[in-house]
Design a protein around this ligand. Structure first.
Ligand code: GP9
Ligand code: MN
Length: 633
């Protein structure tokens, strides 16, 4: 069939429309930061480059109907990918990764959250798709092109040339963009969402192949690093054995951040019970304790706590590596006669918990099925915290002692829904409903924990136990910074503030101890496994972990955040800036030998290198499933 010469080929029109739309989405719907004109420029061109790369493939279809069909479907799918990322971004301030996509169970369980994340005007994203769809059906013959082989190759060469130009600019703007790969926002704003996804797929496949080819030789280097940099104090801490033989009751306080502790909203105390608990003589409270989670949220915090290893920078390790060999806390204490359980009134397969809990050595998981959940006693994600604790007491009473029981609360979860009758304090008043509703939800959890303490005392479990309460990760993302700055009475939330907002409360409550106090040293979730083992008086001579006993005198002195930022006693390193931790002021470069701001040659660089190595080692262990080669005897 002979095709007519078109006026504007549809693949060009599609590239222009789609490129323009994508630019608008990047610029105004994703919250990407642009620091200079070059970044502005790259952000402007990359949508067109990607669009042309995709739609120019249409020229390879000889039949005009096929060409049109290709354009319609590819445009629809590409738009859907943008849309999905947008919804995801509104929740996590991040872009989708391949491992995350396979967490289908999670995605479907997001349920009520997802609806709040979709906006009516999102439909506009599909406007160009509808337009192209419509005209491609009506003017099929006019809009198709029929190139000779040379024309086709030329179109392909053009698109690759444009792509190379884009990559070249990106690499100039951000050296080692591809090798670092830590920062998804950088990738997206430099090479675009679609190329980012391709990059992500390649990364993912490479990681998969690592396990297959791993042989355990790397463990020598890792062990050496740990001996030199992590296990720097082999003396037992003064708290060694302070909770020997006691039950451990662990409360994972959903989305609880430190900024609400000892704070008010509309003149009301947000967490009266927890505030009192800090003053209790049996409580050790850690006020500079950081969450170190990645994309796996609660599950990442659990991973950190049980293993003293880092979760992954992409995907949730619970999901991607649930079948690995670990040497986790529950497994270790089992040898000392402990039984371990998790209690969480949510779908047991969420975050792949069944598999991972088994790998970690938990004996039992009381999931949703163990609870009576109905209309009245549930809200948002499910069973409310108060009935959750009430219904859990019978399970606690039936556990063989000594036990480790981990409770994971649920009510204080985004989007912080709570019925009127459960709100003891008024929401805050700002442009963010998320932040506004956070306060009454936190208060509800505070009351639920208070009630739980009472029940523990009434049943006599309290005296034989220690109780740990920990915030799992942030609840208020950077998307709500405007409201957050209003609440905190700050002009803006700086990168420094952002890191400080990653503080979550940690309470270690030891009934009868009497020496409790508030501890200010920098600490994090990575420290829990060695701390808990020491409290129980368990000495593990041969083990692989990256944290320190919180009560040890000498500690490695820094807490690595999952994105490569860190907090040390002196500094906070984030967004390429080295801040003085106390003052929050940027530290001047030691020897100003370079003007390159990407080069971290400042006061932070020594620790920064260690942090990168440490994260890398932890990743290598997980990707290679290396602990299967380690002899823990
Ligand atoms: C759900 C619980 C909360 O089971 O883990 O979800 P998250 O905080 O991980 O999104
Ligand atoms: Mn959580």
């Amino acid at each position: 069939m002979k095709l007519k010469k078109p006026k504007i080929p549809l693949f060009i029109l599609a590239s222009l429309l789609f490129g323009l739309k994508t630019y608008f989405v990047y610029r105004f719907m994703f919250n990407v930061e642009l620091d200079n004109n070059m970044q502005e420029f790259i952000l402007f061109i990359n949508p067109f480059v990607s669009a042309f790369l995709l739609f120019s493939l249409a020229v390879w279809f000889n039949k005009s109907s096929r060409q049109m069909k290709f354009l319609r479907y590819s445009m629809f799918i590409a738009t859907f990918i943008i849309f999905a990322n947008l919804v995801f971004y509104r929740q996590f301030t991040d872009f989708i990764t391949i491992p995350q996509l396979f967490m289908g169970s999670n995605m479907s369980d997001l349920g009520s959250s997802i609806l709040t994340l979709i906006k009516p005007y999102d439909i506009l994203l599909f406007a160009d798709v509808i337009l192209i769809w419509f005209i491609s059906k009506r003017k099929e013959e006019d809009l198709a092109v029929s190139y000779q082989k040379r024309g086709k190759v030329f179109a392909l060469a053009m698109s690759l040339l444009l792509l190379a130009g884009n990559f070249f600019l990106a690499e100039m703007e951000r050296p080692q963009l591809f090798t670092r790969g830590f920062d998804r926002e950088y990738l997206v704003k430099n090479i675009g969402l679609f190329n980012y996804h391709i990059y992500d797929i390649i990364q993912h496949s490479r990681a998969e192949s690592k396990r297959v080819f791993a042989d355990g030789n790397e463990l020598n280097d890792i062990e050496k690093f740990i001996n030199e940099n992590v296990k720097i104090d082999d003396k037992k801490s003064s708290m060694f054995g302070a909770a020997e033989g006691k039950n451990i009751i662990w409360i994972n306080a959903e989305s609880l951040q430190s900024f609400v502790i000892n704070n008010d909203v509309n003149g009301d105390e947000v967490t009266p019970f927890l505030n009192d608990l800090i003053e209790d003589e049996d409580t050790y409270y850690f006020e500079n304790y950081y969450e170190q989670t990645g994309q796996g949220n609660t599950s990442d915090s659990e991973f950190l706590v049980e293993n003293s290893m880092y979760p992954l920078s992409r995907g949730a390790v619970f999901f991607t590596h649930g079948g690995n060999e670990y040497h986790a806390f529950p497994e270790i204490i089992k040898k000392e006669g402990y039984t371990s359980s998790v209690l969480h009134a949510n779908n047991g397969s969420f975050w792949n918990r069944f598999q991972m809990y088994d790998s970690l050595g938990f004996d039992h998981f009381y999931d949703e099925k163990a609870y009576e959940v109905n209309e009245e006693n549930s809200v948002g994600w499910g069973l409310k915290d108060k009935p959750f604790f009430e219904q859990s007491i019978k399970y606690l009473q039936s556990m063989e002692e000594p036990f480790y029981a981990k409770f994971i609360t649920l009510t204080n979860h985004f989007p912080f829904e709570l019925e009127e009758e459960d709100q003891s304090i008024e929401p805050y008043n700002s442009n963010s409903n998320t932040l506004n509703n956070y306060f009454p939800a936190v208060r509800y959890m505070d009351e639920a924990i208070e009630g739980f303490f009472e029940q523990l005392k009434a049943t006599g479990i309290y005296e034989d136990s220690i109780i740990v309460i920990m915030g799992d990760h942030i609840g208020i993302s950077a998307n709500h910074n405007k409201a957050m700055s209003k609440y905190l009475g700050k002009e803006e939330i700086t990168p420094y503030d952002q890191v400080q907002l990653q503080r979550v409360p940690l309470f270690i409550h030891i009934p009868g101890d009497g020496n409790g106090k508030t501890i200010s040293k920098v600490s994090g979730q990575i420290d829990m496994k060695p701390t808990m083992l020491s409290l129980l008086g368990i000495d593990v001579s041969k083990d692989i972990y990256f944290g320190n006993d919180l009560f040890a005198e000498n500690r490695k002195g820094y807490i690595a955040l999952r994105n490569g930022d860190f907090v040390s006693d002196e500094y906070i390193s984030t967004a390429g800036i080295c801040y003085d931790r106390e003052t929050g002021e940027p530290v001047k470069a030691a020897e100003s030998n370079t003007s390159d701001t990407n080069d971290n040659s400042n006061a932070c660089s020594t620790i920064s290198e260690k942090v990168q190595t440490e994260l890398q080692h932890s990743d290598d262990i997980i990707y290679g499933d290396l602990l299967r080669f380690y002899d823990f005897k």
